[in-house]
Design a protein around this ligand. Structure first.
Ligand SMILES: *Cc1c(COP(=O)(O)O)cnc(C)c1O
Length: 430
């Protein structure tokens, strides 16, 4: 990876010219004006995803109920078919992944499956920087077992407010712990956890371990099967561009296919005999068993088109370009806006094997107002209270020139004190 960068716009244009993946940008609907830097929160619509939604709508229009079997692919098994396609993105076997429900709901089902407290092992480990929804889910699951979260939830602390040390997580894995749930990539700082190490540590101590991969799927290659991760769930509307609230996905390691899902429903029944309507639940042999109810077709259909782009581009290539783009952005930040009077701080880890797909740009005093000024200039960033502006160059549709321009905007906002035109109250959705 060539990281001999220069500061000029010509240099950025040169990088775009030599970028063998640049053509994917034409497959997406980019804002007519301005620069989209929020693909880590809500990925943009592709023409491919639009086409697969329109096809399903047309199937509904012309086939009615026959679409369940005659849709192409059949609606009845679409979740499994998309799971097979997606398996390559997470390094799983084809039947270990299914597209269904959404991230937090899937997490509930997986925790209900894998958290089986006993008299001696009855605690769950999470980290203090995790996405709040995951903690809410865990707490409510503890309460379902009549366990007090104050005693049974172990929260690993961050030493620097940005990252979690894997050794600290390992130290929290005592013989009272039954389950560990961690993010693959932390949503604020973008730290990429060492999934392989943590999985090995957990298993060495007889503990189940699962990962919330919302911030890594579609940005980073995974080897969930090889690493032996027990389970994982994620949403598909971030890097995978499945659309707002689009269906999520889950992974269950095949060694657990004999387990009965914690929350069962008829859609997890063995597909060959589901319509026998037997009152005794016979789960599918695979991750499909963890589906609960009928596939949300219109929220799932965009993923089909979207995944085609990922298959074409290759997740290894996407990761390579993403690392190059974030390296370039960090270079520009370091060289143009890190010193007085700019004072921006890079809050994400710098090492390639420790960072995800976004840059966590911090400003100690004016982050809220700088974020507003960026929006006024047509840049769409993502704000995390109180001081983090998340900027995500997306390998499939962000150009190097976009990155150059965003840093230029930041510099000018400070040069002209433009942020002073805004007040520091924040909106409802960052
Ligand atoms: C985005 C995200 C979620 C979202 O959960 P939904 O159930 O899809 O609303 C959950 N966890 C993490 C870590 C996320 O980044």
């Amino acid at each position: 990876m060539n990281t001999n960068f220069e500061r000029t716009e010509e240099f950025a244009l040169g990088l775009d010219e030599n970028d063998s993946m640049a053509h994917f940008r034409e497959r997406f609907y980019l804002p007519k004006e301005g620069i989209y830097m929020d693909g880590n929160s809500l990925g943009l619509l592709s023409k491919d995803a639009e086409a697969s939604v329109l096809r399903v709508i047309d199937e509904f229009k012309t086939m009615g109920i026959n679409g369940w079997m005659e849709g192409k692919p059949a609606w009845f098994t679409l979740s499994e078919e998309l799971g097979k396609k997606m398996a390559a993105l997470v390094g799983a076997k084809e039947d270990e992944v299914v597209v269904t429900a959404s991230a937090t709901i899937n997490l509930h089902n997986l925790i209900a499956t894998f958290f089986k407290p006993t008299a001696s092992r009855n605690k769950i480990v999470i980290d203090e920087l995790n996405f709040p929804s995951d903690k809410y889910a865990i707490e409510s699951q503890l309460l379902l077992h009549n366990l007090n979260p104050k005693e049974h939830l172990i929260i690993v602390k961050s030493r620097d407010g940005r990252t979690i040390l894997k050794e600290d997580v390992a130290a929290a894995m005592t013989d009272e712990v039954s389950l560990v749930l961690l993010p693959s990539v932390l949503y604020r700082s973008g730290q990429l956890m060492d999934i392989e190490y943590l999985t090995k540590e957990a298993h060495r101590k007889g503990i189940m371990i699962g990962f919330d991969c919302c911030h890594s799927v579609g940005a980073i290659p995974h080897k969930l099967s090889e690493w032996g991760v027990d389970f994982a769930s994620w949403c598909n509307y971030k890097y995978l561009n499945n659309g707002p609230g689009g269906s999520g996905a889950l992974y269950v390691n095949e060694k657990h296919f004999d387990k009965i899902p914690g929350l069962c429903g008829w859609w997890g029944y063995d597909k060959n005999t589901q319509f026998d309507m037997n009152l005794d639940f016979a789960p599918a042999k695979g991750a499909g068993a963890w589906q609960i109810s009928t596939v949300n077709l219109f929220s799932t259909a965009p993923l089909e088109g979207s995944l085609n782009i990922f298959m074409e581009a290759g997740i290894e290539n996407i990761r390579k370009k993403s690392l190059h783009q974030t390296s370039y952005m960090m270079y520009l930040i370091d060289n143009l806006i890190s010193e007085e009077p700019y004072n921006f701080i890079i809050g994400n880890p710098r090492e390639a094997d420790q960072r995800g797909g976004h840059i966590a740009l911090e400003h100690q005093t004016e982050a809220v107002r700088i974020n507003e000024a960026l929006k006024k200039r047509g840049v769409i960033p993502d704000f995390r209270y109180p001081n983090v502006i998340r900027l995500a160059p997306i390998a499939l549709y962000t150009s190097y020139q976009d990155i150059w321009k965003v840093v230029q905007h930041l510099k000018e906002i400070m040069d002209y004190k433009e942020y002073e035109n805004f007040d520091s109250s924040r909106g409802t959705v960052a």
